[in-house]
Design a protein around this ligand. Structure first.
Ligand SMILES: NC(=O)c1ccc[n+]([C@@H]2O[C@H](COP(=O)([O-])OP(=O)(O)OC[C@H]3O[C@@H](n4cnc5c(N)ncnc54)[C@H](OP(=O)(O)O)[C@@H]3O)[C@@H](O)[C@H]2O)c1
Length: 276
């Protein structure tokens, strides 16, 4: 399986658009990409933006594909997968599911047991090629197929593999939902900045640039997060006073509880989505 394999996307929504953009930026020839999407306007937009092929027929899209990316909402995936099974059985392309919550075994049943299948959990920064994706495949999936799946998802950011599929719920709680936690924290900081008298636009700029700067320091430094934090925390200073408030009011417990709640919800959603 190489980067020259032709790709079919089933569902041409936001995530498919992000992946197609990433793949083309990464050197995939648009002519090798087909999107199956029911919405005519969306098909036209995708064709105009990327110069790719589009169709409204899912089965015809996968017929000559080497890689099929399942990019529909989880709620419709069972129906879509079952109806694709006969077409997939012919060429047995690598399937990559980006649907939240649907576990490997359930999807494998719907697609057909002989189809190589990798499960991926990307996140919305994939739209800026700054995504973080968790990948899972059982041992039966070959190295070549794993590499091909990794190549697709790496076009929109970093990828990590988990060996135990149960950990995909943790990936969902950390990086899948994660952007929203940072947005919430930034919202709270912006509100506090305005409450202290800063103009809204100034608050907006200061908070977002600070988030970017801190993230870049965390990513680009060899130091751990606690050391970076201590580097901004002079004894008796302003940061120390704020950090003490966060610690005394239980920020760490709150974050721990919130992520565990997200992880639990991810497990529940899997049960709900996979009901026969
Ligand atoms: N967005 C995220 O943060 C995120 C993160 C990780 C994983 N995901 C997963 O990525 C998948 C796609 O999410 P998204 O945000 O890109 O959703 P989306 O924008 O709604 O895209 C789904 C697309 O699939 C199309 N579709 C619906 N039924 C179809 C069918 N039977 N055959 C082919 N296409 C069909 C939809 O068309 P209509 O609009 O006309 O129905 C829509 O264009 C989901 O499974 C989601 O769990 C998303």
């Amino acid at each position: 399986m190489t980067t020259t394999a032709s790709l079919a996307f089933i569902g041409g929504g936001n995530m498919a658009g992000a992946l197609i953009n990433g793949l083309i930026e990464d050197g995939t020839v648009p002519d090798r990409i087909t999107v199956a999407e029911p919405d005519t306007q969306r098909r036209e937009q995708l064709a105009a933006r990327f110069g790719i092929h589009t169709t409204e027929d899912n089965s015809s899209a996968v017929m000559s594909a080497g890689i099929v990316v399942l990019a529909v909402k989880p709620q419709v995936l069972k129906e879509v997968a079952r109806s694709l099974a006969p077409a997939l059985a012919q060429g047995r392309p690598l399937c990559i599911s980006i649907a939240a919550g649907i576990r490997h075994a359930a999807l494998q049943r719907w697609l057909g047991e002989a189809i190589p299948l990798v499960r991926a959990m990307p996140n919305t920064p994939a739209m800026l090629q700054a995504g973080a994706t968790g990948l899972y495949a059982p041992e039966s999936v070959s190295e070549a197929h794993r590499n091909a799946a990794e190549h697709v998802l790496r076009s929109v950011g970093i990828v990590v593999w988990v060996e135990d599929e149960a950990l995909m719920d943790a990936v969902t709680a950390v990086s899948g939902s994660g952007p929203a936690y940072f947005f919430l924290f930034m919202e709270a900081m912006e509100q506090a900045a305005v409450d202290m008298g800063l103009p809204a636009e100034t608050a907006r700029l200061l908070v977002r640039q600070t988030a970017l700067g801190a993230t870049r320091m965390a990513l680009e430094s060899d130091l751990d997060l606690a050391t970076l934090r201590l580097g901004v925390t002079s004894p008796g200073g302003t940061t120390e006073r704020a950090i003490r408030q966060f610690e005394e009011q239980g920020l760490r417990t709150l974050v721990n509880d919130a992520l565990k709640a997200a992880c639990e919800r991810s497990r529940e959603l899997s049960e709900e989505l996979e009901k026969e």
